[in-house]
Design a binder for this molecule. Structure first.
Ligand SMILES: Cc1cc2nc3c(=O)[nH]c(=O)nc-3n(C[C@H](O)[C@H](O)[C@H](O)COP(=O)(O)O)c2cc1C
Length: 222
């Protein structure tokens, strides 16, 4: 049984020491295939603010074929197998989704359908997952995020929803190198990742102490 104290604010956390068997791994998934995707850039920014001893590697949905139930039992595509293995092997998952036509993109829904199959082999079951979104619109992808949360709940994922990270007007929040220039967004990402890690560790039987009042939701509107 793990016995772990996590101090979220004001105390350094040594996850390497906490998770004795190695680093704590987060799998990043962007719901966009676009080369200059703001959502992939948001995952890059997240990978820069993870605590020591934590890795955040991004899996590209490029190459995931359209779901076909004929394939799921006999010839699960290699890329899909790889995707499912990566989700199952990660300690937690962070999904960055764009908003397309008031919801999350079909590319991402297709990948989630694959991940949920075959029946009885849902890769998201019990997995700690958080969602962030970046959109060029004023609502920051909130409608996409809420739809996605609903699907993930149905997949029995353990959702971490505080603080909310809804990056609106994303085209104004990254520089020419694709680096996040919004300090508030960066600090919200950092806090969300702390909460994700704390949730994943506590779900494995560790203990956690989180400073009260540090998990308020925030909407990016400026
Ligand atoms: C097909 C399509 C539909 C879109 N619908 C919305 C929408 O409903 N709400 C919104 O805020 N942005 C919408 N957008 C704009 C996206 O937020 C914007 O293209 C964003 O940059 C996509 O994410 P990415 O940069 O990660 O590819 C839409 C874009 C596309 C291509």
């Amino acid at each position: 049984m793990l016995s772990i104290y996590i101090y979220i604010i004001g105390h350094p956390i040594d996850y390497m020491a906490q998770k004795k068997e190695g680093t704590f791994s987060i799998l990043g998934i962007a719901g966009s295939l676009r080369r200059e995707s703001f959502n992939r850039a948001l995952l890059r920014a997240a990978s820069e603010v993870v605590p020591r001893g934590v890795t955040l590697d991004v899996f590209s949905l490029k190459g995931i074929p359209l779901f076909n139930q004929d394939l799921e039992e006999l010839r699960m595509p290699v890329r899909v197998k790889d995707f499912k293995d990566k989700i199952e092997g990660a300690d937690a998952v962070l999904i960055a989704t764009p908003e397309y036509t008031s919801s999350f993109p079909g590319v991402l829904k297709n990948a989630l359908d694959w991940a949920s199959r075959p029946h009885g082999h849902n890769s998201f079951e019990g997995k700690t997952v958080a969602v962030v979104s970046a959109s060029t619109g004023a609502l920051g992808g909130s409608r996409a995020q809420y739809h996605l949360r609903q699907v993930l709940l149905d997949l029995d994922a353990r959702l971490v929803t505080r603080p909310g990270v809804f990056l609106s007007y994303a085209h104004r929040k990254f520089n020419a190198n694709g680096e996040l220039t919004d300090d508030i967004a960066r600090s919200l990402l950092k806090e969300l990742l702390h909460n994700v890690i704390a949730t994943a560790i506590s779900s494995r039987g560790g203990r956690q102490e989180i400073a009260p009042g540090e998990t308020a939701s925030a909407m990016m509107t400026s």
